[in-house]
Design a protein around this ligand. Structure first.
Ligand code: PBG
Length: 327
């Protein structure tokens, strides 16, 4: 055989394979979701998310300590408030669950980077991501409460805010509120292309945020659409977003690649609860090697263009990256 090109030369052993990796990842690019429950003391396993916990305000810093043990230095906070009402008023309460969690974390770990999810669905008694007008979410009225909420997070010490509601114009509204109060340097991580996905099921069970009627198709994106994701990202860039996000991750890798190519901002991907739960369940059933599938799924998301990843696997992935198993 006179084969000149033998791609297998670069696959001969672990050393050369690691030399030639095209996708590089670091624990610095991982963000771990933390759920804080205002009514809880201690921590409690989340039934829908095997291996994940709800934390009380008394022990939310334990969640941070665990992250730091694995070299994960960033989190995104989700709150389960004691009180819900029609307009989600505890979302912007100065002493709300997220605001208090930020203070508790920052008091003990000032350098731990705290991102907050900004949305209304965990705080409204109807479970929709904004203020209702009849059975519809009123976009422009919702912008006001989102902006107030984001500002209250910044005032409590959040490093970054991440609106996940999918209202039109929310990045601009939040930017204006932050800037107006002197928080020009707090970046916005926008859930830019967030699809109306069935993969959020375990999260909604965990956060108690399922809509009590209807669905989110009137504000989250239709899974059939690709060009619309480019439009959503372009609008967020115009409105002043600092980082763009595609969510979910694995079922939308085409969208992630396209948005990563089209925009100069850093790209975040969210490997959501259903993606995590599927890997855990298939692993527990002995159908797949959970650890290897976890690693491969993360590599795929980065290869598709993510610069950072929000994932319930953050701590385990950080270990795999440090070992050189991936990245
Ligand atoms: C809040 C929000 C959701 C998720 C992140 N922020 C749920 C939803 O939109 O219904 C989902 C995260 C996950 O599934 O892991 N709107």
């Amino acid at each position: 055989m006179e084969l000149i090109n033998r791609p297998r030369r670069l696959r001969g052993n672990d050393s050369i394979r690691r030399l030639c990796r095209e996708t590089r990842m670091s624990p610095d690019s991982l963000i771990y979701p933390i759920f804080v429950d205002e009514e809880l003391k201690g921590r409690r396993p989340i039934p829908s998310l095997e291996g994940q916990y709800h934390y009380g305000l008394d022990c939310v810093t334990d969640a941070v300590a665990e992250c730091l043990e694995h070299g994960v230095g960033r989190c995104i906070l989700f709150g389960l408030p004691a009180h819900k009402d029609a307009c989600g008023s505890s979302a912007w309460d100065e002493h709300g669950v997220v605001q208090e969690a930020i203070r508790a974390i920052k008091a003990k770990y000032p350098d731990f980077y705290v991102i907050t999810d900004v949305c209304m669905c965990e705080y409204t008694d109807h479970g929709h991501c904004g203020i209702l007008h009849g059975h519809e979410v009123d976009n422009d009225q919702t912008l006001e409460v989102l902006a107030k909420t984001a500002l209250s997070h910044a005032q409590a010490g959040a490093d970054m805010v991440a609106p996940s509601d999918m209202m039109d114009g929310r990045v601009a509204a939040i930017r204006a509120a932050l800037d107006g109060a002197g928080y020009q340097n707090v970046p916005i991580l926008s859930y830019s292309a967030k699809y109306a996905s069935a993969f959020y099921g375990p999260f909604r069970a965990a956060a108690g945020s399922a809509p009590s009627f209807g669905d989110r198709k009137g504000y989250q994106m239709d899974p059939h659409n690709r060009r619309e994701a480019l439009k959503e990202c372009a609008l967020d860039v115009e409105e002043g977003a600092d980082i763009l996000m595609v969510k979910p991750a694995m079922p939308y890798l085409d969208v992630l690649r396209e948005c990563a190519d089209a925009f100069e901002l850093p790209m975040c991907a969210y490997q959501v609860s259903g993606e995590y739960a599927m890997i855990k369940a298939a692993g527990a059933a002995g159908l797949i090697d959970e650890h290897r599938v976890m690693c491969e799924s993360a590599v795929s998301i980065y290869r598709a263009g993510a610069n950072m990843l929000i994932t319930y696997f953050a701590k385990e992935l950080a270990d795999a990256m440090k070992e050189g198993e991936i990245g």
